[in-house]
Ligand binder design. Structure first.
Ligand code: PGA
Length: 263
């Protein structure tokens, strides 16, 4: 199914900085980025930046002080609100910093830090419960793609991650389709593959959470998004945004991605 972007879904371009930049470097990057972003694009597109936890407070202060056209995002969260969870950060702690978007279930967390569909589901609910928007990541490995199991893998992750989430909450969410083989590799899914998977995700949301949720949920593509491939990705009917890793660390490159050409 291909609900058109004319149905009111506002594009969202998100920069996932991963484990990069000290808080001082982060301030510098965010200031350069604010300078590079065109008001004509930020008036019609949402932008979020996701620094490491140690830079959230500094970046929040800069964004708020200068009323910059970017929302603050986090890269992960724990699902409990407080308690004996050494090293973890809770949803209310992020919400108090004006964090609006939280990445949940990134493939690096699933592959390297034991994140499961069950913990992703708990985190999605906790983020929503704290009034923030989850960006829930799904995606297949190269072996799964070559075995023809892409949709099965992605739709299973989708179902498990959204289990028990109310339709109006699903409608407000973001789902990022990130083929694992495309992350940080310089390889991007072809536009037709990206559209096929994002179309399948939207159809599954319609089937399980209703037509309104399916029409409203925003879908991002992620995996080696760069200034030279963003235009064709954003032209796809079911792609409403991008989750950008490496290229988001360079303010002028990220600003060029945010300023993609409408088709
Ligand atoms: P990349 O990362 O743009 O560096 O491929 C994307 C991501 O991991 O979200």
């Amino acid at each position: 199914m291909s609900a058109s972007k004319g149905s009111g879904r506002r594009p969202l371009i998100s920069g996932n900085w991963k484990m990069n930049l000290t808080h001082l470097e982060a301030i510098n990057v965010v200031q350069k980025l604010a300078f590079s972003l065109e008001p004509a694009t930020t008036s019609k597109r949402d932008v979020s930046i996701h620094p490491p936890f140690t830079a959230l407070r500094s970046v929040q202060t800069v964004l708020d002080a200068d009323d910059m056209p970017m929302a603050l995002g986090a890269q992960d969260v724990h699902w409990e609100t407080k308690g004996a969870y050494t090293g973890e950060v809770s949803p209310p702690m992020l919400a108090k910093l004006n964090v609006r978007y939280v990445i949940v279930g990134h493939s690096e967390r699933r592959e390297m830090f034991g994140e499961t569909d069950e913990t992703v589901n708990k985190k999605v609910k906790a983020v929503l419960g704290a009034g923030m928007t989850p960006i829930m990541c799904v995606g297949e490995t190269l072996d799964e793609r070559e075995a023809g199991a892409t949709e099965e893998k992605v739709l299973n992750q989708l179902r498990a991650g959204l289990a028990g989430v109310a339709a109006d909450s699903v409608a407000a969410m973001v789902v990022a389709y990130e083929p694992i083989w495309a992350i940080g590799t310089g390889r991007t899914a072809s536009p037709s593959d990206a559209q096929a998977v994002c179309g399948a995700i939207r159809s599954a949301v319609v089937a399980e959470h209703g037509a309104d949720a399916g029409a409203a949920v925003r879908l991002q593509y992620g995996g080696s998004v760069k200034p030279d491939n963003i235009d064709e990705l954003m032209a796809l009917p079911d792609v409403d945004g991008a989750l950008v890793g490496g290229a988001s660390l360079d303010p002028s490159e990220f600003a060029r991605i945010v300023g993609y050409a409408d088709r």
